[in-house]
Each structure stands twice: as C-alpha cells, then as structure tokens.
Design a binder for this molecule. Structure first.
Ligand SMILES: [Fe+2]
Length: 306
C-alpha cells in the first residue's frame, strides 16, 4: 500500500473578515497571520502537490489536520472544494487539528464540511456528539492488510493555547480498536494532529493526555504514527529493524521557509508484507528552493516483525 502524508495547510482567506466576527480569539490569529505567517506560506504549493499526486498515485493521501486557519465559513468552503479536487486524483483521509476547531461554533461546520473525509457516519455528522465521542475512526484495506486509525485531538482552546486532547473515552475505545486489529495481524497506522511524542512542541501546544496515549500504545502496539502540528519534519527512528513504532511528523505543506526542516513537503510511504515481516519505506519529498517542484529527499527503510 502506498500512503502519501501531508499536514497543516492553514487555508486562510482575508475577505472572510467582513462577514464574520473577529472579536474573539480570531483577533490574535489574524495578527499572527499578517505579522508572521503570511510571508512564510504560499497556497500555490497545493497545485504542485496535485501534480505530484498524479505522478506517484498513492492509494490514499492522509492529511493530519489544520486544514483551515481561523475557522471562517469561507475557509471551510474553499477547503472542501480543494479536497474534492484532490479526491478526483486519489482517495483522501483526514483528521482534524486545533485550527479546524478554532472556536466552539466551528465544530458543527467542521463535521458537515469534512465528515465524509473523516469517514464518520451520516448520523454522527448531524448529531451534537463531540468529536472525541466520534473518533477513533477506522479504514481498512483488505488487500494490503493495512488499517488507518483516525483520532481527534481537536478542541477549542483559550487565547494563547493550542493544546490537544483525546479524552478518556476516545483513549479507551482506541485500546479496543488497536487490540482487535493487532489480533487480526493488521498493520496499524494512526493519524493524529498533535505529536504523540515529547519534545516536538512546547507545553502550551502539546497533547494533554500524551502519557495516557503512550501507556496504551505500549500495551496494545501500533506500527506507525503520522502527525503534524509542529510544522517541522521528523522521522523516527531514521532506519533499521525495529521492535517499536515509526513516527513521521510532516511539515506544513504550504510553508516556504528557507529552513529545510520547516519547508513544505510530504512523505510517500510504501508498506509491504514479506513472509513474517512488514517492510516499510518512506521517501521524504521537499519543496525545491525555486518553489516550482518537489524534490525527492532522504529515503528511510524499516522492517518490523508481524
Ligand atoms: Fe496545529
């Protein structure tokens, strides 16, 4: 199975400001956008990404959250249009990030706009259920025996915070899901917005119940974590025969940073089974300095016993 992984699009549209209230947390987000982010992001990179997806033909493109920036209605509509265009190239699976749930009033809009990309049921989209009560959501590919497990850490936070939370119920249900998929001998890929390891982000941007998640996954097992939020690429461990799991942190797909660790890119992950082993390769594609194409960076290879 071939998975492409991107994260943190932060789709923003300035004209939305006229129609919706900004006398809330959005005021800080807007200041941040115009003072800092605007010069470091370019949405034209998304066109390059579409071209690249046509070329590498992934079985699924996974997006680990922060699709929109400040949760304006127009941002959601624009994002939906872009996702539909992408879906005409390859299947797309997403999980929500903190920016997608920027304010409490964004949640119903988030569910209606992205519900089918989350693979959540029609009844859950229209219900008042919180995201943490709907996730985890599992997609399973019979042929490759790879399961994608989507989690939600998206929760509206205070003014200067960007923390995430899974909640006791979601962690408990995840335990059952991982155990069940593990007993069936499936390869388990977890999609989550906030980094599931310490040290990637500051405390005010971290996952509140990270230790509970780790304790659980140490018990049940899981093969790969795909995540975003830090806007910095990270591959752990870098290569080898491993007994634990692989951690892939994608940078922001719209970043024009000069720093290669923060510049836009995506991972192309191939998962194959041979005898009693899972063979996993990951190619790290990075936006070229001329910003006209993605170039293939470092390759990584792991084998895991099944
Ligand atoms: Fe984020």
């Amino acid at each position: 199975m071939r998975i492409a992984h991107i994260s943190d699009i932060h789709l923003f549209c300035g004209h939305c400001i006229r129609h919706e209230s900004i006398l809330n947390k959005r005021l800080i987000g807007l200041a941040n956008w115009y003072l800092r982010r605007r010069r470091k992001m370019d949405f034209r990179i998304l066109n390059l990404l579409s071209e690249k997806m046509k070329e590498i033909k992934p079985d699924v493109l996974c997006i680990t959250g922060d699709i929109v920036h400040l949760g304006f209605r127009d941002e959601f509509q624009r994002a939906r249009k872009w996702l539909e265009e992408l879906r005409s190239i390859c299947p797309v699976k997403i999980v929500p990030g903190n920016h997608d749930a920027y304010l409490p009033e964004c949640i119903p809009l988030l569910k209606i706009t992205f519900g089918d990309f989350f693979s959540i049921k029609e009844a859950e989209i229209s219900s008042k259920a919180a995201l943490e009560d709907i996730f985890p959501v599992v997609d399973f590919d019979e042929k490759s025996r790879v399961a994608l497990i989507g989690l939600s850490t998206a929760t509206p936070t205070g003014l200067i915070h960007a923390t995430g939370c899974l909640g006791k119920g979601q962690i408990q249900r995840l335990g059952g899901v991982l155990k069940d998929l593990g007993q069936k001998g499936l390869f388990r890929v977890i999609l989550i917005h906030h980094p599931p390891i310490h040290g990637c982000v500051s405390k005010r941007r971290s996952l509140i119940d990270l230790d509970e998640l780790n304790k659980l996954v140490d018990k049940t097992g899981a093969e790969v974590f795909l995540f975003g939020h830090s806007h910095r690429r990270l591959v752990l461990p870098s290569n080898g025969n491993i007994s634990k799991r692989i951690y892939l942190n994608a940078p922001s797909i719209t970043s024009t940073s000069k720093d290669p660790l923060k510049r836009a890119g995506f991972f192309m992950i191939d998962i194959d089974r041979k005898d009693r082993e899972w063979l996993v390769t990951c190619k790290d594609f990075i936006l070229g300095e001329n910003q006209r194409s993605f170039i293939s960076g470092k390759g990584h290879f792991w084998s895991l016993s099944s």
